[in-house]
Write a protein that binds this ligand. Structure first.
Ligand SMILES: Nc1ncnc2c1ncn2[C@@H]1O[C@H](COP(=O)(O)OP(=O)(O)OP(=O)(O)O)[C@@H](O)[C@H]1O
Ligand SMILES: [Mg+2]
Length: 509
């Protein structure tokens, strides 16, 4: 007897339809699994056999052949447990044939419970594109898949529950389709707690307004980490499209959590400086996204920047520029998007007090040089705003009132972002940091004074071509904050000043 069950697989973020074909013929008892399965899929055999026995079904004592089609696509992970079990049951006549427009996926326990899998959203998207109408998947993944209109989703906790639904004895209710709702940021940490630091606060607002990368340099305890952690609270909410991408990445990494639907808050990832290059960029034999992709459409915060392994930082150069990272493995090439705002913090020297108005620095020039050389010029070149964070003044710290609240700053950021969206949506980008190169000149028109100032600064500061484009983008954001169409010399001057600091500290771009 022969049976066919529709299922789904996922490689990186790419979901695809898999047809599980089960054939039971006479011969010595044997269980053959073909169709490029990896070792986790091969282990399905044992899980399915135990689950069948524990559910009270008989395991056919015949020759069972299972094929996972298409045969040239590598199958990974335990998602095929449930369709394989259904295939064996249908082919041995223990259940009726399965509906052709329904797809099934899920890992099984030996007792027949259905366990959650990674990448459910990517698989649900593939199912919808392939014309599948009903999707049965682990209950814990159901909320994630129930965001697609037109796809009926059923969450299954146990195989028995599914079988009773299929034969009509106890129908399951479908999971209601959850429309996307924009969420407010979690304001556990408010900018109102930060006293003083007007320049650093301004830079944080500029970065949030245009999606620019930011580096804070300053002595210990001046509030660098504190400021950076308050960035998510002033960013605009995720759009549905952004949320779909970011949720797919978190789902592929298995980080979404049970019963979670689409993410509504921008991710803020702060990997420790001991992070390995692979954990940062993604990889593994079955490619998984790294920290930079998990921060897609959000913030990647690298605190204590010089303490990161140099190789880990250098690997970030290309993804920061392209907004995607491609991992090549024997199983194939995996591409993960990574449009992030990079925010980094560091001290100016190993002791932390170089340039401090009252605390002497104890570092030798060679030690300072070594410390700084851990961050390469090309990486700094990709950071638009370099900000010197001064020690907090006593009066500011001791005053009763802190600074402006996150909510007030955020409302300005939202207004500036709206201006950008209107201008940039025709090219499919949402913020000034991502203005396409070809449109840069048209989008960044300057007053004559501004263009003279930029020309003079280009030669004097020895800016790279990249730094030039980034100065223009930051100036565009500053002009948008002022609701001005033309870039003025004041905007150019402020944007240039954000690139001066690294030079005054001895970096050369
Ligand atoms: N501007 C500030 N206003 C209010 N409190 C501050 C400010 N700066 C620092 N603090 C206090 O000091 C603590 C340490 O600040 P933070 O961790 O941000 O310092 P840092 O600049 O990152 O230092 P390090 O270089 O050592 O990492 C904060 O948790 C906060 O209590
Ligand atoms: Mg810190």
């Amino acid at each position: 007897m022969f049976a066919r069950v529709t299922s789904l697989g996922v490689f990186a973020l790419h979901g695809f339809v898999v047809t599980v074909e089960a054939d039971i013929s006479r011969g010595l008892p044997q269980f053959e699994l073909v169709g490029l399965p990896d070792s986790a899929v091969k282990e399905s055999r044992d899980r399915v056999r135990s689950a069948l026995k524990n559910l009270g079904f008989s395991f056919p004592a015949s020759r069972i052949t299972l094929n996972l089609a298409p045969a040239d696509q590598r199958k990974t992970g335990p998602v095929y447990d449930l369709p394989i079990l259904l295939g064996v049951l249908a082919a041995s006549g223990q259940i009726a044939a399965l509906p052709p427009d329904a797809a099934f996926l899920g890992e099984l326990s030996l007792a027949g419970e259905v366990r959650p899998v990674r990448g459910a959203l990517s698989m649900a998207i593939a199912a919808q594109n392939a014309g599948v109408r009903t999707l049965y998947l682990p209950a814990e993944n159901a909320a994630e898949a129930a965001v697609l209109p037109g796809l009926a989703v059923y969450g299954v906790r146990e195989v028995r529950q599914l079988l009773e639904h299929l034969d009509g004895t106890a129908p399951l209710p479908p999971v209601p389709c959850a429309p996307f709702e924009q969420g407010e940021p979690l304001v556990a940490a408010d900018l109102a707690d930060v006293h003083g630091q007007p320049e650093a606060r301004r830079a944080l607002e500029v970065a949030a307004s245009g999606g620019h990368n930011l580096l804070f340099i300053g002595p210990p305890g001046s509030g660098k980490s504190m400021l950076a952690k308050r960035l998510p609270g002033i960013l605009p909410p995720l759009t549905r499209e952004e949320s779909m991408q970011t949720t797919q990445i978190h789902s592929a990494a298995g980080l979404l959590g049970a019963d979670a639907g689409l993410m509504t808050v921008r991710p803020f990832r702060a990997p420790h400086h001991t992070v390995s290059p692979v954990a940062l960029t993604g990889g593994g034999s079955v490619p998984r996204p790294g920290e930079v992709s998990l921060a897609h459409n959000g913030v990647l915060f690298l605190d204590e920047l010089p303490e990161f392994q140099r190789t880990a930082l250098e690997i970030l150069r290309q993804p920061l520029e392209d907004g995607k990272i491609v991992v090549s493995r024997a199983a194939g090439q995996a591409a993960f998007p990574c449009h992030v705002m990079l925010v980094a913090a560091m001290n100016p020297c190993p002791c932390g007090y170089l340039g401090h108005p009252s605390h002497p620095c104890t570092c030798t020039p060679a030690a300072v040089e070594r410390y700084r050389s851990r961050i390469s010029g090309p990486l700094l070149d990709r950071i638009d705003l370099h900000v010197n964070v001064e020690p907090v003044e006593y009066e500011a710290l001791a005053s009763d009132s802190g600074g402006e609240s996150s909510a007030a700053v955020r409302s300005r950021v939202l207004r500036t972002r709206r201006i950008q969206q209107q201008r940039l949506q025709q090219w499919g980008v949402s913020c000034n940091a991502r203005i396409p190169d070809a449109q840069l000149r048209a989008v960044c028109r300057m007053t004559p004074d501004a263009s003279r100032m930029l020309a003079a600064a280009f030669d004097r500061m020895g800016l790279s071509a990249r730094a030039y484009t980034r100065v223009l983008k930051v100036a565009r954001t500053l002009a948008d904050m002022d609701q001005s169409e033309l870039l003025s010399s004041a905007h150019i001057a402020e944007a240039l000043q954000y690139r001066m600091l690294d030079r005054s500290l001895g970096y050369s771009l």
